[in-house]
Design a protein around this ligand. Structure first.
Ligand code: FES
Length: 105
């Protein structure tokens, strides 16, 4: 049995293409992205410092951190631009009707 649980992120209509938004939770904040109509969820906190990636800029399929402009691949969490070198965690996403959910631990 999986210990994953479905966590509501937002409505599909809440997030336009190329946007990212913050979802706060006790276990660590998450960022939800709409990349060309596909939704993705990652940890919100940059692996380089204390920045919130939800305050960053979606550039193509990457998120640019607002603090030192490091980059991550949104789909995989891979660090793709300096000074970031440590990946961020990503979470599977399901869409049910107009609702976006992440599968979290
Ligand atoms: Fe994100 Fe430095 S805190 S690049």
């Amino acid at each position: 049995m999986s210990s994953h649980k479905r966590l509501f992120m937002c409505a599909v209509s809440d997030l336009a293409q190329g946007q990212v938004m913050l979802v706060e939770r006790e276990e660590g904040n998450l960022a939800v992205y709409n990349v060309e109509g596909q939704f993705y969820v990652t940890d919100d906190r940059c692996s380089h410092g204390l920045a919130s990636l939800a305050e960053g800029t979606v550039i193509g399929d990457e998120i640019e951190c607002p603090m030192h402009f490091g980059m991550f691949k949104i789909a995989t969490g891979e660090a793709s631009g300096p000074p970031c070198s440590i990946p961020i965690r990503t979470y599977p996403v399901t869409i049910e009707g107009d609702q976006v959910f992440a599968l979290v631990d």
